[in-house]
Design a protein around this ligand. Structure first.
Ligand SMILES: NC(=O)c1ccc[n+]([C@@H]2O[C@H](COP(=O)([O-])OP(=O)(O)OC[C@H]3O[C@@H](n4cnc5c(N)ncnc54)[C@H](O)[C@@H]3O)[C@@H](O)[C@H]2O)c1
Length: 269
């Protein structure tokens, strides 16, 4: 078990699915969590569930692709907890339309949340990390470990494609490159930036897969099962912890072996 004791973590898209699992896991490991989401009802319910189990949690409404919302999110987190240590850029949406039927509105919508949202949050929180480091009068190039970390939720779609998830694949490819760019930009302050690339994980969106799609996804997953949101949250907890102090600019894939299998078409015979 990793320890996030005393850390202040913002988790976007935390009302449901993987983000909610991250919020629960971080709180269990001792972090104080700020849940950010466009689903206000779900977010408030999630925060009060965590609080009822002895954790410290607060929900803030935030559309990650709106600069003002991100500004208000950072301000609210500081108001409540005085500093921020970790950002989990998890909010994301997918498309399920064949490339030739994919319209530009959907394409924009997916990239707006998955890429612009991650960029805006990372820039605002990264600037706050630097303010905190410089307020302590620490040298720019540090010899010591820093607690600050950003974790971007990518996907195996960053490196493999299906003609039915083109916008999501393009967005997650961008998330991986954003991760590397941020890692380099923030390294002088000792801030670490990494990504997680899940395969198929049982969340609301995936549970909606119809029989054939679900079977197809399982057929391409050597472990023979979908991942659980908690299995992704465990990686986020590790990357946020001091145990990952020398890891930056990486994407850790948790996909039940799908990338190792390395094919996207259904097997015949
Ligand atoms: N579930 C999977 O199989 C899977 C696989 C690979 C990657 N991912 C990634 O993991 C992340 C979480 O996926 P999930 O399956 O838990 O999804 P989910 O749909 O269960 O939850 C996503 C959450 O993000 C919130 N959200 C959507 N748009 C938002 C916005 N503009 N601002 C703030 N919040 C917003 C939703 O309200 C929801 O609470 C996404 O980035 C997704 O691309 C998921």
């Amino acid at each position: 078990m990793t320890s996030l004791s005393g850390k202040i973590a913002i988790i976007t898209g935390a009302s449901h699915g993987i983000g909610l699992a991250c919020a629960r896991r971080f709180a269990r490991d001792g972090a104080k969590v700020v849940l950010a989401d466009v689903d206000e009802e779900g977010g408030k319910r999630a925060a009060s569930e965590i609080t009822s189990k002895g954790g410290v949690a607060r929900f803030i409404y935030c559309d990650v692709a709106e600069r003002l919302d991100i500004h208000n999110l950072v301000a609210a987190a500081l108001d409540e907890f005085d500093r921020i240590d970790v950002l989990v850029n998890n909010a994301g949406i997918a498309d399920a339309t064949n490339f030739f039927k994919l319209d530009d509105v959907t394409f924009d919508k997916v990239l707006r949340v998955n890429v612009k949202g991650a960029f805006l949050a990372a820039q605002a929180v990264g600037r706050q990390f630097i303010r905190q480091i410089e307020a302590q009068g620490e040298p720019r190039r540090l010899q010591t470990r820093q607690p600050y970390a950003i974790i971007n939720m990518s996907s195996i779609d960053a490196v493999m494609v299906s003609e039915d998830h083109v916008a999501a694949a393009v967005s997650k490819g961008a998330v991986n490159q954003l991760t590397r760019a941020l890692a380099v930009a923030m390294a002088p302050w000792g801030i670490r930036v990494n990504a997680i690339g899940p395969g198929t994980v049982s969340t609301g969106s995936v549970e909606g897969l119809s029989g054939g799609d679900a079977e197809g996804a399982l057929e391409r997953t050597p472990l023979g099962r979908f991942g659980a949101p908690e299995e992704i949250a465990a990686i986020a907890a590790f990357l946020a912890s001091d145990d990952a102090s020398y890891i930056t600019g990486q994407c850790i894939y948790a996909d039940g072996g799908r990338l190792a299998l390395n094919f996207t078409m259904p097997q015949k015979g």
